[in-house]
Design a protein around this ligand. Structure first.
Ligand code: PAF
Length: 290
């Protein structure tokens, strides 16, 4: 595995590989890698000839009171994991390489960035869309891989690609969970042993939503009410949102039908955790993707 830190070096390597007819698979990350990231890497390796992973903790997607400075960073450990997976290039630029002092361009995917995360983290998706667009320009991938755990991020990036006609295919991979159901996240490292137990309530609440729908409940407000009630039984949990929305537009629904996303963000101690459930209804039959 080659580690590159300069934009120009990465662009030369990517152009060279493309000129040789290689298909490039790209996994953008902020490091602190876990099995969720590695599942994206494995999928990229399966699908393409050459795999590039970026590690860049993007300051533009953190608010002033968020955890940018404390975000877990361990480049040596992450490099070892990526080498073990047979990754070809690790792109790990310093901040000034991506945001030189005269940097002044942003891209915003307006409507999809507004609900859910957008209500609690203003500017977050502008930061994500801007860095992802820039990374795409540097790495020039044929395919790029994102995790369904960040469901709204996936929609924002799909829309970015569609609106700007970017020549990259977005592949969304399933959530990877711990054996007890907790969705893998770099921020799980913030949880104490007791909080780690409490955090299971996110997955349990999604399970409750599935039970309700399977029992015939179709009213979003009722499903959300029951989920909130379950989470609120945990004194260590503080809900930012629990929402049942159209999975494509992220707009609220009157009734559970079509493709539905149930998404939630809950604080457990100092960790803000996300999870979601994707539901597809076809001819009255539901499939549930956790
Ligand atoms: O999902 C993440 O880790 C980040 O939002 C991403 C896509 C790497 C952009 O910084």
């Amino acid at each position: 595995m080659k580690t590159l830190t300069r934009v120009a070096e990465m662009q030369v390597a990517a152009s060279g590989a493309r000129a040789l007819g290689k298909r490039l698979g790209f996994v953008p990350t902020m490091g602190a890698l876990h099995e969720g990231h590695l599942s994206l890497v494995r999928r990229a390796k399966q699908d393409t000839d050459l795999t590039v992973v970026s590690i860049f903790v993007n300051p533009a997607q953190f608010g002033p009171s968020e955890d940018y400075l404390n975000y877990p960073r361990d480049l040596e450990r992450d490099s070892g994991l990526l080498r073990g997976e047979g990754v070809d290039f690790l792109f790990a630029p310093p901040v000034e390489e991506i945001y030189p002092s005269d940097f002044q361009t942003c891209v915003a995917v307006e409507r999809l960035s507004t609900p859910l995360e957008g209500q609690f983290r203003p500017g977050y998706f502008r930061g994500v869309a801007t860095v992802v667009l820039k990374l795409f320009n540097i790495v020039q991938p044929h395919l790029a891989y994102f995790g369904q755990k960040d469901a709204q991020q996936c929609r924002v990036i799909q829309q970015l690609v569609r609106d700007l006609k970017l020549p990259v295919e977005i592949v969304i991979c399933p959530i990877v969970r711990e054996p007890d159901g907790l969705a893998m996240s770099s921020r799980n490292t913030y949880l104490s042993t007791e909080e780690r137990q409490t955090a299971l309530v996110l997955y349990k609440s999604l399970g409750r939503a599935r039970e309700l729908i399977q029992a015939g409940e179709r009213r979003p407000a009722e499903i959300v009410r029951e989920m909130r009630q379950l989470i609120e039984q945990e004194p260590r949990a503080r809900i930012d949102y629990v929402a049942l929305v159209d999975a494509a537009t992220l707009e609220p629904l009157e009734c559970v039908d079509g493709t539905v996303l149930i998404a939630l963000a809950v604080w457990i101690g100092r960790a803000r955790l996300l999870d979601n459930l994707l539901i597809e209804e076809r001819d009255g039959r539901f499939t549930f993707q956790f």
